[in-house]
Design a protein around this ligand. Sequence first.
Ligand SMILES: Nc1ncnc2c1ncn2[C@@H]1O[C@H](COP(=O)(O)OP(=O)(O)OP(=O)(O)O)[C@@H](O)[C@H]1O
Ligand SMILES: [Mg+2]
Length: 599
Amino acid sequence: MSRASIEWISGPVLRARATGPFALREALRVGPNQLLGEVVSLHEDLLVAQVYEDTTGLRPGDAVEGSGLPLSIRLGPGLLGSICDGLLRPLSGSDSVFVAPGFSGASTRRHAFRPLVQPGQVLHAGAEFGRVAGPSAGAREHRCLVPPGKSGEVLRIVAVGEHCDDEVLCVLKDATGTEHQLMMSEVWPVRVPRPVAQRLPSGDPLVTGQRVIDALFPVALGGKAAIPGGFGTGKTVLLEALVKACAADVIVYLGCGERGNEMAGAVEEIAGLIDARSGRPMSERTVIVANTSNMPVAAREASIYCAVTIAEYFRDQGLHVALMADSTSRWAEALREVSGRLGELPGEGGYPAYLGSRLAEFYERAARVRTLSGDLGSVTLIGSVSPQSGDFSEPVTSHTTRYVRSFWALDVTRARARFYPAIAPLASYSQDADTVAGWWVGVFAETFGAAMNGAEEGWQALRRRFLTLLAEQARLERMARIVGKDALQPQQRLTLLCAEVVNETFLRQSAYSAKDAYCGPQRQARMMRLLGRFMDLAAAALARGASPEAVAALPVLRPLQRMGDEIGEDEAEAFVALEAALEADFATLLTEAGDAPQA
Ligand SMILES: Nc1ncnc2c1ncn2[C@@H]1O[C@H](COP(=O)(O)OP(=O)(O)OP(=O)(O)O)[C@@H](O)[C@H]1O
Ligand SMILES: [Mg+2]
């Protein structure tokens, strides 16, 4: 084993003189407590390393040992429901509430294993050799797959029984005579993307239950999205709403550099939730990686790779995985701090020159794929960005913009007015909208059936109409500030009214409302169609002499604006009744205006 002796140390960074060969990115054991470190540069016999744990107490002369392996984590069935630090050491569980320093062993928890193959069978990477029972009765079973790069004929396999994470369950012998030991867990280097058979284009969205996202700025399964927003604009609340409601099979939540007490609150809440779709505990399908602001900064840098590696691991089981990272800015700050300690030349904003390529590497790992087992799986990445004073031109936000396809910009003015989620429609976009349009055609057909005739507007037309309306609103508001509201034409005043209704009814959605915290695709479709109908009727009324103010005074406006809060998921008949009230109100308005309504 290679050894080195510490010569200089500053915070998480150390220099050591090596007496044996080390490799770049090799994991290290540092000092008497065997702290976890990683080689970041090598020059002749001088190595520079970053240490992932508190280095207080280390001193020159202390020993550094090579591990012969790159920085890796153990991936296995025990991950679901667990809460770990940035290097995957458990923060919860039986042993201790504290993270033990140094290398972590496998967990001692035992799982019920059931073999699926027999000696003599030939297995390739991705083949399933057994299953592990879920954490409780009725939970999904965990598939034990031959890890990437391994294959061969089954020499032996254990019988049904309880086993630990790191026990050898099956032995393969490949064509060269090499034996491979398989366990229910596997060790994988975090900075290396896990291989897939094929990257596939996406067609379906990741349904989030947030109207402004699903209907206006969708993210495809396997897509990548960013939530930039200044201090207190609702990034964390939005991400937590996505964790609770999004339609992924597995969710990895990465709390990166956030305040410890907030993180603890989030963790507790998730742990206690019951999944509305399946009726099962949320913890059965979540993994929480927590690296709060008081934990060592280098570990925060690594935590993002750990989290995405976990996501890929579950994707390889044929699952759809969503990774929510809060916040990528805190991660970039860790990168900046370590880079500064390493004495690297600072670039824009003090961040290292490789900030952009590191962000790209992270977002690149989002994909919809055909796995080595031949199944479909995906990793969708959603990261919040917290630019200083909400300035989106700063390096982390501007680099992120280049790599994500969905951009949900949170707006300080909206947040201050307590308009949540504070996603600003004019500053946000989605390049996945065309991708998921076909999926929405299906939702509309399913929701309205025969009532949808060919001429009626579908999702794409309604979406475009809403976005045009909101852009027009911004233009008219600018104009009204100059010429005054009274100078606006009736047509323009009606546009402002319609935009107000769309904003209040459709874009606004409280994360704390019993009926509205989650809005399913069919309910979104009903609301969109009803708002489209309202705009049609209002325009027709205007054309026949009714004033925008008379439209605004219609009794139906109040229930229309409150339909999100008042009409729940399975209350289709209430939408039908509301539509009837809408038609009736406009009919009355036109009669009063002295004009008979047209059929
Ligand atoms: N969707 C929402 N529905 C209702 N209230 C919300 C919503 N989003 C945010 N809020 C309110 O705004 C407050 C701040 O939100 P949050 O903590 O998510 O902001 P943040 O952007 O994560 O802040 P920081 O920059 O400090 O991380 C919340 O405590 C909550 O009161
Ligand atoms: Mg936050």
